[in-house]
Design a protein around this ligand. Structure first.
Ligand SMILES: [Cu+2]
Length: 157
């Protein structure tokens, strides 16, 4: 009898725990989807940054990576001076990348930045031209970040 009761209690506890886990999963799942709905509805602002070389001749610029945009998303650079481009991932958890493969301007840049991290790209534009940069990250079956608007432009003058 005692053994039966003990087993019974254990089963009841397991059933309760299983129900609690299901509720927690449903709540988290709901929040997760709500997060995507909210982020998708946020407006993204286009911003242009005309980069002036510093006293040492280096063109320094910082681009913030957010979900799902680059701020600024338009850089104007000059031919012939070295560039130091800092990429700061402002997302808490979401990894982003920066891909620019532009034959026209002779640039091939690529960087992967984990959530909350930063990276510096150093290059010297040797030709004028226009290139598009974007983030091709995507989560499971969701749209890629580029499809969500994570794209920008570099003009080299
Ligand atoms: Cu991204």
């Amino acid at each position: 009898m005692r053994i039966y009761r003990r087993n019974h209690t254990r089963e009841a506890f397991a059933a309760h725990r299983s129900a609690a886990l299901k509720i927690a999963a449903a709540v988290f799942g709901g929040l997760w989807l709500l997060h995507f709905a909210l982020v998708d509805s946020l407006p993204s602002f286009a911003a242009t940054l005309v980069v002036e070389p510093s006293a040492d001749g280096v063109q320094r610029a910082t681009i913030m990576m957010e979900s799902y945009s680059y701020v600024p998303d338009h850089l104007v650079l000059q031919v012939g001076s070295p560039v130091e481009l800092i990429l700061e991932n402002k997302s808490w958890l979401v990894p982003h990348n920066f891909i620019l493969q532009d034959a026209d301007a002779g640039l091939r840049l690529e960087a992967d930045i984990a959530g909350g991290d930063r990276a510096t790209l150093r290059f010297t534009p040797t030709r004028s031209g226009t290139g598009t940069f974007f983030c091709d990250k995507k989560l499971l079956f969701f749209k890629s970040h580029r499809h969500r608007g994570m794209e920008g432009q570099i003009d080299i003058q």
